[in-house]
Design a protein around this ligand. Sequence first.
Ligand SMILES: [Zn+2]
Length: 188
Amino acid sequence: MLRRGFKTWCENAAANYRRDLGLARGAPLDPVLLARHLGILVWSPQDIPGIGKEVLELLTVDDADSWDAVTIEAEGMVLVILNSISDDGRRNNSLAHELAHIILEHEPAHVFHTPDGHMMMNEYNEVHEEEADCLAGALLLPRDALLQAIRQGMSDMALARHFGVSAALLRMRRNKTGIDKQLSHSRV
Ligand SMILES: [Zn+2]
């Protein structure tokens, strides 16, 4: 359950970041540009210095579907390693989600190393995940821009393409922002 006023805070934050980046309210937001603006490094697995061929193959081929992004904070730097083979919508959503965690100052370490050198995921924090999804959604698909585009008759497919999001994220935003409900009422 999101705390009261959180959704509105996300919409305002998203509008402010668009303004900082010199983007119009209805323009797509490339999360890579937002990361740069926030001073956050974004790497693909290929960029990891000294990464072995086997590990790289595991991350980009064999297990490519099992992970999206990993955020690491070390020596005052924040680094997001982003799965490089996923499609645009999934990649944008993954990066926006990680940036949202960072913006919201959630516990940055999503991974830690076990003594035998394996990486383990932190315990899943349901509230933090919901908050990050909410902010990521607002960053990629601001409510006002989405409503305006729908009213102008843009199809879901064109909308998803314009904002660089998956069809699933678009559906989720139409639902969670109450836009679908609002539009169904206004048609009555
Ligand atoms: Zn998360």
